[in-house]
Design a protein around this ligand. Structure first.
Ligand code: NDP
Length: 446
């Protein structure tokens, strides 16, 4: 690593020693940016570019009081990390999960800057959420929480300021409650959130975009290396928004999905997972994935998540959460002949797992490139909102495909030009960074 990047990283490690996920993301990003930082070290250092790049422009934290069904007041913590607005308004999802804290949101916001840059669309990076757990709550409790959260957050967002979206625990229901409250307080009918319902400003294809986009990019990566999706066995972790639509598209492309999971365990269906059953259990009934084996013959359920990576497959799509795939899991996948890994989730592979894949010559598409389809489609939703019109599913899907193939090409080119051909981790970080760095330099010391 260049001296400059190393010094900035060392400083971060001391200052934010209590933020392990943020340090993990910063370590990967600053390490892989070495070639471009070395090349521009003097200019970047004089401009304090890296010191500014690693520090969020602003973090808003607030309390979120809400009344549960028993009439008791509950209190959660709410956050919005407005990380970088050099190339556009802050954009990034809201996560509702008990594990949410400042470290996780900073790592997600940091990655989001580069991801959004890669899409080629004018969006900056942000992320937010709360340690509220929607699981097991009634619709009314979720609504009261969302209304309380937005009663504070509305002060800091806007269609040209900061445009949140969904993430873990935030789907159409939650976006609806957030949007309703924003509109009620501000009296503005504007595209302040994406992932909206289709009758009130949402975009066709947004629900599918992250999963579909992951498959478009994974296919482009395979084809660029003389391989294909058709005929391959696929393991998809998770069974949420990203996982379900990744499984749907990869199946359409001729892959066979044999396993999926939730936070309790995984199902293995050697005949190919029946997605209608998964959708019914997870999207409609909001139940546990283990129900699957009661409805489909020949499938088995195993308690615990990591075992899913011991199932032989040629394509692995981790679509659940950060650090779900460690070095041991990577080695099991490699031993079983995995050819390609496409990260649907954000940072699902640990640094050691990523290195193991790369060392073994496995094609590896990092999340910030591979799962950028969701935010890209969100930006298309913003465009449609501004234009006051709606595109058809075909139009959106075509644009999404173009964007994902474009991202793969940019990433592959940056890898070849600055790092090692085929190192898509470095390629994604470098291609995303250069655009943001140029904008930051042009805008002066802000
Ligand atoms: P959802 O809440 O819809 O789904 C998350 C899924 O992962 C659930 O099935 C959950 O199970 C499961 N899960 C959570 N922890 C684990 C674990 N340790 N092992 C196995 N499964 C687990 O979230 P999304 O699908 O929206 O998000 C998934 C990932 O994709 C996140 O990393 C998110 O940041 C990323 N992402 C999402 C985008 C989007 O558009 N939604 C865009 C880009 C990235 P359970 O049902 O038990 O909770």
């Amino acid at each position: 690593m260049s001296d400059y990047a190393q010094r900035v990283l060392d400083d971060l490690k001391v200052r934010y020693a209590h933020e392990p996920e943020f340090i993990q993301a910063a370590t990967e990003i600053l390490t892989t940016l070495k070639p471009v930082i070395d090349k521009n070290a003097e200019k970047y250092e004089a401009a304090g570019l890296l010191e500014r790049f690693v520090e969020p422009e602003r973090i808003i934290t607030f309390r979120v009081p809400w009344v549960d069904d028993a009439g008791k007041v509950q209190v959660n913590r709410g956050y919005r990390v407005q990380f970088n607005s050099a190339i556009g308004p802050y954009k990034g999802g809201l996560r509702l999960h008990p594990s949410v804290n400042q470290s996780i949101l900073k790592f997600l916001g940091f990655e989001q800057i580069l991801k959004n840059s890669l899409t080629g669309l004018p969006i900056g990076g942000g992320k937010g959420g709360s340690d509220f757990d929607p699981k097991g709550k009634s619709d009314n409790e979720v609504m009261r929480f969302c209304q309380s959260f937005m009663t504070e957050l509305y002060k800091y967002i806007g269609a040209d300021v900061d445009v949140p979206a969904g993430d873990i625990g935030v789907g159409a229901r939650e976006v609806g409650y957030f949007y309703g409250q924003y509109k009620r307080i501000t009296n503005l009918y504007e595209g302040v959130l994406t992932g909206k319902g289709l009758t009130w400003g949402g975009s066709l294809g947004r629900k599918q975009a992250t999963g579909y986009g992951l498959c478009y990019l994974t296919r482009a990566m395979l084809e660029a290396n003389g391989k294909q999706v058709a005929g391959k066995t696929v393991v998809v972790s998770g069974s949420g928004n990203v996982a379900i639509y990744a499984a749907e598209k990869i199946t359409e492309m001729g892959g066979k999905v044999v396993a999926m999971s939730d936070s309790n365990g995984y199902i293995h269906d050697p005949n190919g997972v029946n997605l209608d059953v998964i959708k019914q259990i997870k999207e409609v009934e909001r139940k546990r994935i283990k129900e699957y084996v009661e409805r489909v013959d020949g499938a088995t359920y195993t308690e615990g998540c990591r075992g899913i990576w011991t199932i032989p497959c040629q394509i692995a799509l981790p679509c659940a959460t950060q650090n779900e795939l460690n070095e041991e899991s990577a080695k099991a996948l490699i031993a079983n002949g995995v050819e390609a890994v496409g990260e649907g989730a954000n940072m699902p592979s640990t640094i050691e797992a990523t290195e193991a894949f790369q060392k073994a010559g496995v094609l590896f598409a990092p999340g910030k490139a591979a799962n950028a389809g969701g935010v890209a489609c969100s930006a298309l939703e913003m465009t449609q909102n501004s234009m006051r019109l709606s595109w058809t599913m075909e139009e959106v899907d075509q644009k999404l495909q173009g964007i994902m193939v474009g991202i793969f090409n940019k990433v592959a080119e940056a890898a070849a030009e600055y790092a090692t051909p085929g190192d898509y981790v470095a390629g994604a970080n470098i291609a995303g960074f250069l655009k943001v760095a140029d904008a930051m330099l042009a805008q002066g010391a802000v």
